[in-house]
Design a protein around this ligand. Structure first.
Ligand code: SRM
Ligand code: SF4
Length: 572
């Protein structure tokens, strides 16, 4: 295990978060006192940074801000909780508890995230502890779901698909456990665990007392599916299968999506593949990558602190050599692989073990009842009779897995009864659409996203119908700001919030998630955006070459052709 030493010497002052982490007593801060303070629905700014490591964000209902300001009231504070769910797997019993807790302690909805887990929104301060304790009864936690640590580990959602899927899932779980912080702060604060006898000094062998410079994300993919968006991860493992057996992984490092408008020093970046390792070396490589980033990541500027910038600054050659030095072995040359798809396999499938699984489309991952479609009620009813479990997919959908032959008709009937029989019969665009949460809960949103996606899709679907493209798989991803939570820079149509009702439009990513898109127009309304995309879709229908996908078509045509008169245009 590595030393926990922190960073090379630097002349610049450390960012405020570094000081805070250092003096937080391993993520405790003064949270217990803040929680006991009934005079406010909030907690202090410092503690709000620390709760992230416990999977909690302090938010406020932004729809109510103006009204509350007028009435001289404090903001409508509430928390968001993100569950830790490696590989997106949860039992039916765990699902039922989350469903109930969302009603009793949250805003009554569950949100499936782009990293295969649940979020609960609208939790008042007094409800946080009972919520976490309720989750604990079914062995769910939210440790390290946010914060400057390794986040929820992603993996293909259906382990029964093959023995390789099962093995990869087990490794993802093992990686998640391995990279968990060791502090007992979460257990003490939320689960009332007694302080360790004698109060021995805690150790964070992997992270050290100030954890990582920034968040860190790990994912496992099994080609040909790139469902986890492997190249957007800080650390990615690409399964290499030979003669039906898992031979090991190609290792990819330095992916990331986030950027800031108008700051050219921030940018989305695809991960670099640096070589091949056998399965037994996954944790050792993970440790070497994480500790290299721990020691060399930029702790002076949080906008420059992700692994992608460490690699950009020092070079991939340097990074690989440092990782090999720490791991104590050299990576073998990367092995051939090919990604061809990214979308979920909707509908019914027979798994290798003979059971069935059903992948259900959930628009923007929001589980709620919107009659005539009652998704929340349907999933609850399914969970009550289901003997298998649920899998959350990286595209904000849910798979009901481990269904027996006998139960299959029951589950079909429940879906039909709740108005969901046609849920998977949607346009190819909709089935490939993601949107981040944005307003009203996200404090960073510059524009709507989850709430703006449905009307936008409807407008574009009219165009698709007219062009005969309704069933074509075209990826579209929307966000309310440039942080990139729905990985919009990897969508064939990327829509990124810039200001209220204004978005940047990106085109030309490769459908399989292996090429970033490019900025096409800046700051347009959704209506203008539809006007801009409509002729491109029409042209695509008429001029595409056999098998050509929309992103490739855009790259070959509209992205290279001069345009006049141009809407405010700037190169990526
Ligand atoms: Fe994210 C911050 C939601 C996946 C990049 N993200 C946030 C916060 C917590 C806002 C905040 O810091 O106050 C958002 C909470 C909104 C809300 O009300 O719930 C938020 N991010 C989400 C989720 C829920 C979007 C969704 O609709 O599914 C996803 C939760 C994932 C999970 O389960 O862990 C989510 N966020 C992502 C992804 C995609 C991914 O990880 O695969 C990215 C891009 C990949 C990356 O990290 O580069 C992403 N989120 C960010 C960033 C920019 C980070 C950066 O270093 O560039 C921020 C802002 C920040 O960290 O300062 C952010
Ligand atoms: Fe919030 Fe921006 Fe992430 Fe959307 S992309 S959830 S607006 S931080």
């Amino acid at each position: 295990m590595s030393s926990g030493q922190q960073g090379p010497q630097t002349a610049k002052p450390l960012s405020a978060n570094e000081e805070l982490k250092g003096r937080s007593n391993f993520l405790r801060g003064t949270l217990t006192q803040d929680l006991a303070d009934p005079s406010t629905g909030a907690i202090s700014d410092d503690n709000a940074q620390l709760t992230k490591f416990h999977g909690l964000y302090l938010q406020d209902d932004r729809d109510l801000r103006g009204e509350r300001r007028k009435q001289n009231l404090e903001k409508a504070f509430m928390f968001m909780l993100r569950v830790r769910l490696p590989g997106g797997r949860c039992t039916a019993q765990q699902y039922l508890v989350l469903d109930r807790l969302a009603d009793e302690r949250g805003n009554g909805t569950l949100r499936l995230t782009t990293r295969q887990t649940f979020q609960l929104h609208g939790i008042l301060k007094g409800n946080v502890k009972p919520l976490i304790q309720g989750m604990h009864t079914v062995l769910l936690d939210s440790i390290a779901a946010c914060g400057d640590v390794n986040r929820n580990v992603m993996a293909p959602p259906n382990p029964e698909h093959s023995a390789v899927h099962q093995q990869v899932y087990e490794l993802a779980r093992a990686f998640s456990e391995f990279a968990l912080p060791r502090t007992r702060a979460y257990h003490e604060i939320w689960l009332d665990e007694e302080l360790a006898a004698g109060g021995e000094t805690e150790q964070e062998p992997l992270y050290g007392a100030t954890y990582l410079p920034r968040k860190f994300k790990t994912g496992f993919a099994i080609p040909p599916s790139n469902d986890v968006d492997l190249f957007s991860q800080d650390l990615g493992f690409i399964a290499i299968v030979a003669e039906g057996r898992l031979a090991g992984f190609n290792v990819a490092v330095g992916g990331g999506m986030g950027m800031s408008h108008g700051n050219a020093e921030t940018f989305p970046r695809l991960a670099d593949v640096i070589g091949f390792i056998s399965c037994d070396k996954v944790l050792a490589i993970g440790e070497a990558v994480i500790t290299t980033q721990r020691d060399y990541g930029d702790r002076t500027n949080r906008k420059h602190a992700r692994l992608k910038y460490t690699i950009e600054d020092r070079g991939i050659g340097w990074f690989k050599a440092e990782v090999e030095r720490r791991a104590g072995f050299a990576l073998a040359p990367a092995r051939p692989y090919q990604f061809t798809k990214i979308a979920d396999d909707y509908g019914w499938h027979r798994a290798a073990d003979g059971s069935w699984y059903f992948v259900l489309f959930v628009l923007s991952g929001r589980i709620k009842d919107t009659p005539p479609q009652r998704l929340k009620a349907a999933l609850r009813e399914i969970a009550r009779i289901h003997r298998g479990d649920f899998r959350l997919t990286p595209s904000q959908n849910i798979s009901i897995s481990g269904i027996s032959e006998a139960q299959k008709p029951l589950i079909e009937a429940i879906l039909a009864k709740h108005g969901l029989a046609d849920q998977n019969r949607q346009s190819g665009l909709r089935l490939n659409a993601l949107a981040c949460v944005a307003l009203p809960t996200c404090g960073l949103a510059l524009a709507e996203s989850e709430r703006a996606l449905p009307p936008l899709l409807e407008k574009l679907e009219h165009v698709l119908d007219e062009c005969g493209l309704r069933d074509d798989a075209i990826s579209i991803r929307m966000t309310g700001c440039p942080n990139g939570c729905s990985r919009p820079y990897l969508a064939e149509i990327g829509i990124v919030g810039r200001a209220p009702n204004k978005y940047n439009l990106y085109l030309g990513a490769k459908y399989d998630g292996t090429r970033l898109n490019r900025l096409f127009v800046e700051s347009v309304t959704p209506e203008k955006l539809v006007e801009i995309v409509t002729p491109i879709l029409r042209r695509y229908a008429l001029e595409r070459t056999p098998g050509e996908q929309f992103g490739d078509f855009c790259l070959r045509t509209v992205l290279v052709e001069p345009r006049a008169p141009a809407p405010a245009l700037s190169p990526a």
